[in-house]
Design a protein around this ligand. Structure first.
Ligand code: FES
Ligand code: CO
Length: 339
C-alpha cells in the first residue's frame, strides 16, 4: 500500500560517533526509542522496560546486553530478557519478558531507525563511498517544525536569492527559468536549474551554478550543484527525523569531489549559517502542517518541484504531515482491535 511506503521509511536519529558505550534515548514520530551499540552492531528498542515501564535508556550496556536501571533485567540484542536478578535461579524467565525491537542501521555516518516490521529499502547515496569524494556531516539541527516543511524549504529554488543573499544568490538575479520535474527510479528529479551565485566555484567571481534536485522519500532529499565546464560537483543530502508533533532534527551530508585537503570545518560553518538563515522562516510558516490541497496557497511555475512534493505526499496519504498520519493509523489499529 502507498501509505505503508511512508511508514516504513528510515529515520536518522543521531551521528554514529555519538553512539558508543552508553545507551541513548531518541524520538521517532512521537515514539520513545532507545538505541545502543554492542559487538554485534547497533540496535533500537522501544525505550520501555516491560517490567515497570522504566526507560531502558537510563540503564547500561553490559556484556552486550542492555540492563534496565530499575531492577536490572537484562535484554540481549534480539530483545529477549536473559536475566532477572530477583528471580530465584530455579525459575524460568517468563517468555513474555521481551523488549519491542525496531530496525536499526548504521549508514553514511548516521544511525537510522525504522519502526515498521517491513522496512522500505534504504536510500542510496553513492557519493558517500565514491573514490575522490569527501563528505562532511552537518547538524543535527533542531527545528520547531514538521519534517515536510524542512524538506520543502530545501527544495525551494526561488528563496536562495533572498534568504541567502550574497551567499547562494543575488536579488537582482531572482528569476527562475522553467525546469522539468520527472519521476524515475522511485524518486523525483529535476532538470538543471541555473542559479546566479556571487561565488559559485570559490573563485570570487559571479556566475551560474546548475542545481539538480532529487526527492528520495518524504523526509529525504538532495541536490547536486555543478558549474558548466568544470568537473567539480557538490552534493547535499538532507535527511530529517520528525521527532514528535512539534520538533524535528535535520542532518546534512555535504559531499565534494574537489578541495579534498580543505578544512571540513569551513564547509560546516558555511552550512550552519545557511541553515540558520532558513530556520526562522521555516519555524514561522503557518499552517504548521504542509497544506497538501493545492488550492490552499498560491503557486508559480518556479514552484514546480515543491508542487510535485506536495502532490506526492498527498498521493502517499500524508494528509497532514508524517506524524499526524501515524496517529491516524494508530487510532485505526485501536479501533480494529476494539471491534
Ligand atoms: Fe525494568 Fe523493573 S522496570 S527491571
Ligand atoms: Co535556504
Amino acid at each position: 500500500m502507498q501509505q505503508d511506503r511512508l511508514w516504513s521509511e528510515w529515520h536518522p536519529v543521531c551521528k554514529a560517533e555519538e553512539l558508543q558505550g552508553e545507551p541513548k534515548q531518541v524520538f521517532v514520530l512521537g515514539e520513545r526509542v532507545v538505541i545502543f551499540r554492542n559487538g554485534k552492531g547497533v540496535h533500537a528498542f522501544k525505550d520501555l522496560c516491560v517490567h515497570r515501564g522504566a526507560a531502558l535508556s537510563l540503564g547500561k550496556v553490559r556484556n552486550g546486553h542492555i540492563v534496565c536501571p530499575y531492577h536490572a533485567w537484562e535484554y540481549d540484542s534480539d530483545g529477549t530478557c536473559v536475566k532477572i536478578p530477583a528471580l530465584p535461579c530455579d525459575r524460568p524467565i517468563p517468555k513474555k519478558a521481551r523488549a519491542t525491537v525496531y530496525h536499526c542501521e548504521e549508514q553514511y555516518g548516521l544511525i537510522w531507525v525504522n519502526l515498521e516490521e517491513a522496512p522500505a529499502p534504504f536510500i542510496t547515496y553513492p557519493e558517500y563511498h565514491a573514490e575522490g569524494h569527501r563528505t562532511v556531516l552537518c547538524g543535527p539541527y533542531e527545528v520547531k517544525a514538521n519534517a515536510p516543511r524542512i524538506i520543502e524549504n530545501f527544495l525551494d529554488v526561488s528563496h536562495l536569492m533572498f534568504v541567502h543573499e550574497g551567499m547562494l544568490g543575488e536579488t537582482d538575479h531572482a528569476e527562475v527559468t522553467d525546469y522539468d520535474v520527472t519521476f524515475a527510479d522511485n524518486r523525483f528529479i529535476t532538470s538543471k536549474i541555473p542559479v546566479y551565485q556571487p561565488n559559485p566555484d570559490g573563485r570570487s567571481k559571479g556566475g551560474y551554478a546548475d542545481y539538480v534536485y532529487e526527492i528520495l522519500n518524504p523526509t529525504t532529499a538532495r541536490f547536486t550543484k555543478t558549474t558548466e565546464g568544470s568537473d567539480e560537483a557538490f552534493t547535499i543530502l538532507l535527511a530529517v527525523n520528525q521527532e514528535d508533533q512539534e520538533k524535528s532534527k535535520a542532518f546534512m551530508l555535504l559531499t565534494r569531489n574537489y578541495d579534498l585537503d580543505a578544512q571540513d570545518d569551513s564547509f560546516r560553518e558555511f552550512q550552519d549559517i545557511i541553515f540558520y538563515q532558513d530556520l526562522d522562516i521555516v519555524e514561522s510558516q503557518k499552517p504548521e502542517l504542509l497544506p497538501l490541497d493545492l488550492q490552499a496557497e498560491m503557486h508559480l511555475k518556479s514552484d514546480a518541484l515543491t508542487i510535485a512534493y506536495r502532490r506526492w505526499l498527498d498521493e502517499l496519504g500524508v494528509e497532514n504531515g508524517t506524524l499526524a498520519i501515524r496517529e491516524e493509523r494508530r487510532n485505526k489499529r485501536k479501533k480494529s482491535i476494539m471491534h
